[in-house]
Design a protein around this ligand. Sequence first.
Ligand SMILES: [Zn+2]
Ligand SMILES: [Zn+2]
Length: 493
Amino acid sequence: MAGFEPATGVWRRSDDSRYDAVSIMADGTSNPACPPFVRIGIVLPVDRRASLDLRFPYGGYRVDGRTVGHARLSAHADGDGVAVQADGKHIGRRDRWHLAPVGGRCGEFGGEPAAGVAARSDVLGVIVEGCVAGRGFHWQSGHDVTLAGDLELSVVDSALMLVNVLPIEPYLEGVITSEMSGECPRAFMRAHAVVARSWIAAASERKHQSLGIDFCNDDCCQRYQGTAAVTPAARSAVSDTRGQVLIHRGGAVVDANYAKCCGGITESGDEVWGHAKSGQRGSVDAPASDRMHAFARVGDNNIAEYVAASIVNETRAYCSPAVVPAEVAARCLGRVDDGSTHFRWRVGYRADQLVDILQRKGLDRIGRTGSDGIAALRDLRVTRRARGGRAIDLTVEYVDRDDRHRSLAIHDQYWIRHALHESFLYSSAFDVRIERDDHDRVLSVELIGAGWGHGAGMCQVGALGMALQGFDHSAILAHYFDGSSVDAHGGHT
Ligand SMILES: [Zn+2]
Ligand SMILES: [Zn+2]
């Protein structure tokens, strides 16, 4: 297959939709018992970390050949290298450190447990303090992560970089319990595992190759916050679907994206990214007779009706509060999420607040500064929407500091969400309400919106809703992806 070939493994197509993941060992032989390893960036140069603290509470680790038990390890950027202390004692400075669990990589990648610690891979590993989640998004936060497998420490662009090297299947256990929680229904977790594995196998988005990693640990790629939240149910959801990926009719792996909550209608990949992705289509995320089907195409004529909070009482869309009640969402969302699905939302600004945000984020984006800056906002208009109502093009009309009337065009749902919020707007499916004074000056702007995320591929909250209603993982995947199939030889619940 074209696509994913991590340094230590390959994927081989078998006779159905299953990809056999095979590791190639150092001596060139293959080991079918051991899936390929992925290299995940946990701390990136962009995080600008000068130091990192790691704890080894559960098992023995080898730090460049030296066994470290229950120590606290401190790493500091020191020129182009990393200086490392164990329990306060300097143990050396190297360009790159390799930390490996005692007991080898394959099968025992979590290391051997220390005396008195249960041999559970969900608690084995290294705790890394203060890792970033949600880089640049409205949910950005810092938290500790537990990592199993090998670690590499180095300095890139004068900042520390930490890479976790681990087999792909336990990596997926971490992904599905970081994106959502390990408390989700089994059918949902199985579907999520297949989608996340397909995205990896399709490998169309290799954003970090220059850093020598396969993926980062965050929403930019897929969330991976380590092993601490992995539950037995999550582990069996991954093993039940081991090797399964979505296959499009043409035989290619579906480049399966997903987003948190579509708000009722998912988008096709070509409208969100400007190019078609095989197997992805926009769809109404609701049963056949639902009210949502009245919005087969959301445009200027019906966006106000679509985003209205009152629709919550009229729809049983799979991601709606009628199907996924708030208390279920709070339990099933990822632990760095804010507990809400944002099925419908409102964000309001005074004119000067929005000018300030646009000035810093919208105008900087296209490099205008100085006298080109915004003196007063005149209008904010969505000039193109995708089928599900998401703004793809936005025009900002304003008076500049030299009193000239100007306009600024912002393209792409990502940059629109970036420009219209202090950190990041939930989605670009919004209606714009502008309040003006008697002289037609803008006083305030309110964005009334639907959903959270780019909206293409699987709606995570919708898939959760389908699982709550008893759909199995194959039915969930067939709802969100076109002409796709998983594991023709069973595996359904
Ligand atoms: Zn990334
Ligand atoms: Zn949805």
